[in-house]
Write a protein that binds this ligand. Structure first.
Ligand code: ATP
Ligand code: MG
Ligand code: FE
Length: 346
């Protein structure tokens, strides 16, 4: 069967087509993505109303592009999947509206997907997919969580951030350094030339003994340093501050991921979400996990941030496990706020 997946939870419109054949690993036939980053950059962040309008403009052309790339037509689509939440309500409504309308016109089922389940299962799109069970470190723009994952649809929250997400910490610090939105990748690039020990930045909750995180204090500390350095700051000091910020975030993520692996006794770590693209994070996790006999899996670099492929993949893995209701949905609702652990059966 072929599943057409739609993602529109924030500022990326994504569409993808995946083929499922029996128990074989689902195969990505085609995917297309439009990022609104350039449009929101002038505002320093995502403007929800503009995001929704742009999804409306992009979604149908992207779906056409995907079908054309796959050499297939609408009649070849057996199921439609879409991001139901969490995310921006208006943005979610665009993808959900298009997906459910299309499914209903085709007489096919429409499967709502949890956006974070998409991120979490995105490493299954790589050449070397993980095996269950594993610990998942979900590090995105809106979430920072450690989960125990025993199977598709079986997610236990081990710990999460009590304030900002890791991606948010990257973005807010980058903004203070005068870098464009979203600052994560820009800060990472600047950090390449910096000394990570130049500034002593806080690592809140590092020794809490629990797999939790707190990044709000880091942003305040970066602000203090930026003010101290003043407007005529030299390029090297900016790079040093970027490197020190990145080092603080990565150390927190590393320590807590290791703690979760230790307490669960699991030997497999899956990293997902936009911050999973960070090179320093990958190198640090790889080195620490290699020493402990732990395997680490990542999504492909370009599939760390939002995309349609991960939504179609989550749907495909659900279908293979009998976790997808076969009836066509006539109506729909979006869930801007939605905990992933709610997906697990009690
Ligand atoms: P959520 O999935 O929680 O709803 P989101 O969809 O906005 O949030 P993602 O698309 O998964 O989040 O990730 C975007 C985040 O990843 C941004 O904060 C961005 O700065 C960060 N990011 C992307 N690449 C890198 C990188 N190389 N280094 C650090 N951060 C990065
Ligand atoms: Mg985004
Ligand atoms: Fe996301």
């Amino acid at each position: 069967m072929r599943i057409l997946g739609f993602e529109s939870s924030c500022d990326e419109t994504g569409v993808a087509l995946i083929e499922v054949q029996g128990d074989a690993p689902p195969r990505l036939l085609a995917h297309a993505l439009h990022s609104q980053i350039a449009m929101h950059q002038a505002y320093g962040g995502v403007v929800p109303e503009l995001a929704s309008r742009d999804h409306v403009r992009r979604v149908i052309p992207l779906a056409r592009e995907v079908l054309r790339d796959a050499g297939l037509g609408l009649a070849d689509v057996d199921m439609v999947a879409y991001t139901q939440g969490p995310g921006l309500a208006g943005a979610l409504l665009v993808g959900a509206g298009v997906a459910v309308s299309l499914a209903s016109a085709l007489g096919r089922p429409a499967l709502p997907i949890h956006h974070l389940e998409g991120h979490l299962l995105s490493p299954f799109l790589s050449a070397d997919p993980p095996e269950f069970p594993f610990v998942a470190l979900l590090v995105s723009g809106g979430h920072t969580q450690l989960m125990r994952v025993d199977a598709v649809g079986d997610y236990e929250l081990l710990g999460e951030t009590i304030d900002d997400a890791a991606g948010e910490a990257f973005d807010k610090s980058a903004k203070l350094l005068g870098l464009p939105y979203p600052g994560g990748p820009h800060l990472a690039r600047l950090a390449e030339f910096g000394n990570p020990e130049a500034f002593d930045l806080p690592r809140p909750l590092l020794h809490s003994g629990k797999p939790d995180f707190s990044f709000a204090g880091l942003k305040t500390a970066v602000l203090t340093q930026v003010k101290k350095l003043g407007p005529n700051v030299c390029e090297q000091s900016r790079a040093d501050l970027a490197a020190s910020t990145q080092a603080a975030i990565v150390e927190c993520l590393l320590k807590k991921a290791l703690l979760a692996l230790k307490t669960t006794g699991l030997k497999r770590l899956v990293v997902a979400g936009g911050v999973g693209a960070n090179r320093h994070l990958r190198e640090t996790l790889d080195a620490a996990c290699a020493k402990r006999g732990i395997r680490v899996h990542y999504p492909e670099l370009q599939l760390c941030t939002d995309n349609g492929a991960m939504i179609a993949m989550a749907a495909a893995l659900r279908v293979q496990r009998g976790l997808a209701p076969a009836d066509a949905a006539g109506s729909f609702e979006v869930r801007p706020r939605w905990d992933l652990a709610e997906l697990s059966s009690p």
